[in-house]
Write a protein that binds this ligand. Structure first.
Ligand SMILES: Nc1ncnc2c1ncn2[C@@H]1O[C@H](COP(=O)(O)OP(=O)(O)OP(=O)(O)O)[C@@H](O)[C@H]1O
Length: 287
């Protein structure tokens, strides 16, 4: 279990993180951490790993594995030597490491130098070292930044199957919400250093949207029936909140009859985020 109680981090006079609540993370939890640039996400990981001073209380496992935003390795030696040096092992004799290298299709890269690897291959090398530690808590900070869509999906699928049925806790900082939809069961939303909300994705979706949301790509807005509620969506979209399955079906039928194309979601992180933040934005502007 990981418990964070009212964590606060200052850089000089600047308050980078002031969570304002307690957060408990349990075994098997994969928590997506989201928030705009500078919200305090990486600072939270730094507090967890004692890279910055903090006030408040953290009860954490003895071992935390961290994947940082940027990783630099020696440039003159090959990847096998990097792995062996940093993990203090012999590749040939280490079955677990051989398995991981195989799992991430990295065998053919072992003799290459780090500088010769593509972005996706560089990430794989780091991930192999992070997963090798089999830590009870693993933090990924923008694991897939700079990777193309296919490489990202591939990596996410690999990570998902690696962790399936493992009791590990994972914190996943990312700006790619589809990664959270694919991997996480919980969501932590941070804004200006404050926790906006934390909980199961299903619970948060229910709280901010409802049973489901119908997304219509229509900038003018659509007229549906009397009984519906519009929630916040991306520009150019009308998003209709549904109370239950039959309500959803009724609205979809109505939209189809009018010739609108629409999609239905029950776990959109983007919609949770936009609607969780819209309350805060209103509060700030005094509306
Ligand atoms: N060493 C530092 N000294 C002073 N300010 C810092 C330091 N590190 C971070 N900050 C500031 O603290 C705030 C939170 O930074 P942090 O890196 O945690 O944000 P983030 O949510 O991870 O952002 P991003 O999505 O851009 O990576 C930012 O305003 C940042 O400028």
């Amino acid at each position: 279990m990981l418990e964070m109680k009212h964590i606060k981090v200052n850089y000089g006079n600047f308050v980078a993180l002031d969570m304002g609540c307690d957060i408990t993370i349990l075994e098997h939890d994969i928590v997506g951490i989201i928030g705009s640039n500078g919200a305090g996400k990486s600072t939270l990981i730094k507090a967890l790993t004692n890279q910055v001073a903090y006030s408040g209380e953290i009860n954490k496992p003895n071992h935390i594995a961290v994947h940082l935003q940027e990783n630099n390795y020696p440039t003159t030696v090959n990847c096998r030597t990097i792995l062996e040096g940093l993990l203090q092992t012999s590749y040939r004799k280490n079955q677990r490491l051989i398995e991981l290298v195989k799992f991430f299709d990295f065998e053919k890269n072992l003799n290459q130098k780090f500088s010769q690897l593509s972005g996706g291959q560089k990430q794989r090398l780091t991930i192999i070292m992070v997963l090798y530690q089999d830590a009870p808590l693993t933090c990924f900070d923008e694991l897939s930044t700079g990777l193309d869509f296919e490489t990202r999906c591939n990596l996410m699928n690999k990570i998902k199957s690696w962790y399936a049925n493992k009791p590990a806790m994972i914190l996943l900082i990312t700006h790619y919400f589809d990664e959270i939809e694919k991997l996480a069961n919980k969501l932590l939303i941070i804004d200006h250093g404050r926790v906006i909300d934390y909980g199961r994705i299903t619970t948060l979706f229910e709280k901010y949207i409802g049973y489901s949301a119908i997304i219509v790509d229509c900038p003018e807005g659509v007229t549906v029936l009397n009984d519906y509620q519009i929630v916040r969506g991306e520009q150019g979209q009308t998003v209709i909140a549904c109370k239950n399955k039959s309500h959803q079906q009724q609205i979809v039928n109505h939209l189809n009859q009018q010739g609108y194309l629409c999609s239905v979601t029950q776990n959109s992180i983007n919609l949770i985020y936009l609607n969780a933040l819209s309350g805060i934005t209103k509060e700030r502007s005094g509306q």
